[in-house]
Design a protein around this ligand. Structure first.
Ligand code: G3D
Length: 151
């Protein structure tokens, strides 16, 4: 993971990119962020809001919008996106977390359930992972990096 992040920093050079993580409550968003924070090359900025955390790897900004996942709040998600960045060219990475749990849905099952193949206007990828160990997170970010650098 450490080596991967170092490689990632080199690829991003002086560009600034933002990653917004959204998901249901208890999905593992904070745990995923914690995996990044454990890496010594990552610096954290003070919490910039009650539900927003930011980590900065050189000039790459990872913004974690921990927006409540309750159904009644989901209609407000687009408001956060509008105020954050233009998503027209955004790539979509779905992290199928908690793969270590016995009854977790596989990445293929989640992909089918979410009908990810219907996404035609953005590159997308689903990555099985376990935030507790960090397994799969590196591959997910690697995909995101490839999509970003390819632009
Ligand atoms: P959230 O920020 O999306 O709300 P959290 O979710 O990161 O707070 O995680 C919610 C709970 O799920 C935590 O358990 C956390 O340890 C657990 N969790 C996160 N990722 C994984 C994973 O990959 N596997 C397993 N088994 N558990 C995971 P607690 O008990 O602290 O509430």
């Amino acid at each position: 993971m450490g080596m991967f992040l170092a490689k990632l920093m080199g690829l991003f050079c002086n560009q600034e990119h933002k990653v917004i993580i959204v998901g249901l409550d208890n999905a593992g968003k904070t745990t995923i962020l914690y995996q990044f924070l454990m890496n010594e090359v990552v610096h954290t900025s003070p919490t910039i809001g009650s539900n927003v955390e930011e980590i900065v790897v050189k000039n790459t900004h990872f913004l974690m919008w921990d927006i409540g996942g309750q159904e009644m709040l989901r209609s407000t998600w687009s408001t956060y996106y509008t105020n954050t960045e233009d998503l027209r060219k955004a790539a979509v990475l779905v992290l199928a977390n908690k793969q270590d749990m016995k009854n977790s849905m596989s990445a293929a099952e989640i992909s089918k359930f979410l009908t990810l193949t219907s996404i035609k206007d953005h590159p997308w990828h689903i990555q099985a992972c376990c935030a507790l160990t960090g397994e799969g997170l590196g591959q997910g970010l690697e995909w995101m990096t490839m999509k970003t650098v390819a632009k």
